[in-house]
Write a protein that binds this ligand. Structure first.
Ligand code: XMP
Length: 517
């Protein structure tokens, strides 16, 4: 986590009280063009001051302020001279720590609720007298602290909003960050612009300019190398670094033979021909298939692919002896989740098995402060094609983990054809951005009997997998329209030789995973 003050942008710190909402709040703040960072609730007032934020927002949290061990904040934060907005649990904490009363009313409030807005509120100034808001709380603030005013209420929250203009401390029981609170973003903006005086300078142009400047400063005239995978993150990172240092960057694209239809051509086309980036295209399919011969166990497959990938990358990097810097597409959520303030570590999951730790590179991570949606917008702004910028996640080990059984060139070719049909039909149905991932899995060791024309067939099944998800930690199977499923099944059976049956996977995660291996 960057712990230095960010001099280019006004910063709002979002204090995480354990709700999954903290990231959403931080994103909403950024959508209002104000830079935000998530910090743990153990942060002290001194640490906050040192970061020089223009405002602090307390997130919601799953605990009751009354239970033992419920997270609190250093009370000196309230006197740090920085405006505070508490949301849900954050609001209750403000009320409790400053001497108000939070009661166990015995009646929670969940979901959409009408809120009555009183006169003279600063946060709710432009809002009509009655407003739908999204609630999710059990305890309720029943009395604001001295010096605070209750300026809104709902049937089950007598103090739905509390304010002290003098101390510049505010609390909202509802969730302004969720889409179910239609005017929530206006409330946040009022806090950011009017109360904190934040300048809306976090724009795509300024993000790119700042990142480019930072990369230039870091690498000077050094040589930089980047492993392109075809995924969004490495693509945008490479494009940014190229904008910063042009010909000092060399990209290495290892074609494992396990990529999707047209993917390798697209990478070469986009980066080399279109953006003029120096690109080493290593065609290594034969080596991967040779290594995978006879391998059936999923973990063994992943390991084999990861190790070979590293070896090939090292061979390529060896030809660039003077390269000192390695680009990584680390994103802000990875930084938050790793929970450390350490210097960047190479992550393993998002590469094919991770890049070698003993390679003597300094990491360049131009996306380290960005959320995925920001990365996509930066990619668009840098002129990357939509198919790359909006590409669905794809596992590093590629199609190999979607062939259940031994991976052979034939099996991968079959799967690639089916996968291509899935992508085409999902795009045609306009569902590409609604589903998190949609793909085909080939059960290479299973055969079933069928009949086509007058012929008996004995072919392999394809399993369709389509899921909805926010972050891949949990997922639900996508309720694809029957017509889409029908078209997919009939096209795959008619067009892909060797496949005579299509099944749809209706397992959620958990208990399943998204991938089959
Ligand atoms: P699972 O199957 O664990 O997948 O539910 C969660 C998400 O991660 C992707 N995935 C990978 N991504 N390298 C990657 O970069 C990998 O080895 C890998 N394995 C799974 C998967 O596609 C899903 O989005």
């Amino acid at each position: 986590m960057t712990s230095e003050p960010h001099d280019d942008f006004d910063t709002v710190l979002v204090v995480d009280f354990g709700a999954q909402y903290a990231q959403l709040i931080a994103r909403r703040v950024r959508e209002a063009h104000v830079y935000s960072e998530i910090v743990p609730h153990t942060i002290t007032a001194d640490e906050i001051r040192a970061r020089r934020p223009v405002g602090v927002i307390f997130s919601g949290g799953p605990k009751s302020v009354h239970v033992e061990g419920a997270p609190v904040i250093d009370p000196a934060v309230y006197d740090a001279g920085v405006p505070v907005l508490g949301i849900c649990y954050g609001a209750q904490l403000v009320a409790q720590q400053l001497g108000g009363e939070v009661a166990r009313t015995g009646r929670g409030e969940y979901g959409r609720t009408e809120m009555a807005v009183g006169e003279g509120s600063r946060l709710l100034e432009d809002l009509p007298a009655s407003q739908p808001v999204w609630m999710s709380h059990f305890d309720s603030i029943v009395r604001p602290p001295d010096g605070f005013r209750a300026v809104a209420s709902t049937p089950d929250a007598p103090v739905a909003v509390l304010e002290s203009d003098e101390r510049r401390i505010y609390g909202v029981q509802f969730h302004p960050e969720v889409a179910h609170t239609p005017r929530g973003q206006d409330v946040l903006k009022r806090f950011l612009y009017d109360v904190c005086g934040a300048r809306p300078t976090w724009t795509m142009t300024s993000i790119i300019e700042t990142s480019v400047e930072a990369v230039r400063e870091q690498v000077g005239s050094g040589r930089v190398i980047c492993a392109l995978s075809g995924g969004v993150d490495s693509a945008v990172a490479a494009a940014l670094v190229h904008k910063a240092v042009g010909p000092q960057l060399t990209c290495v694209y290892v074609d494992t033979g396990l990529m999707r239809e047209g993917e390798s051509e697209q990478v070469v086309d986009t980066f080399h021909r279109h953006h003029g980036i120096e690109l080493q295209h290593v065609r290594a399919a034969d080596r991967f298939f040779e290594r995978l011969s006879g391998v059936v166990d999923p973990e063994e497959k992943r390991k084999a692919i990861g190790e070979l990938f590293i070896r090939i990358f090292e061979e390529a990097a060896g030809g660039l002896e003077d390269a000192r810097y390695l680009v990584q597409g680390t994103l802000y959520p990875d930084v938050i989740e790793s929970g450390t303030r350490d210097a960047a570590r190479i992550k393993s999951h998002h590469n094919v098995g991770g890049l070698p730790e003993d390679m003597d590179f300094e990491l360049v991570e131009p996306l380290r402060n960005l959320f995925k949606d920001e990365v996509r917008r930066v990619g668009e702004e840098l002129g990357l094609p939509e198919e790359i910028v909006w590409r669905q996640p794809f596992p590093g080990p590629g199609l190999a983990v979607r062939v259940v059984g031994e991976v052979t060139p034939d099996k991968v070719a079959t799967l690639r054809q089916a996968d291509h049909i899935v992508r085409e039909e999902i795009r045609r149905a306009g569902l590409e951005r609604d589903v998190w991932q949609a793909f085909a899995v080939l059960l290479a060791d299973v055969r079933s009997v069928g009949v086509m024309g007058d012929e008996r067939t004995y072919g392999h099944p394809i399993v369709l997998r389509a899921v909805t998800s926010d972050d891949a930690m949990t997922a639900d199977w996508a309720r694809l329209p029957y017509e889409v499923l029908e078209r997919l099944a009939s096209r795959i059976i008619n067009e892909v030789p060797g496949v005579n049956r299509v099944a749809y996977d209706i397992t959620s995660k958990p208990p399943g995973t998204i991938e089959w291996e």
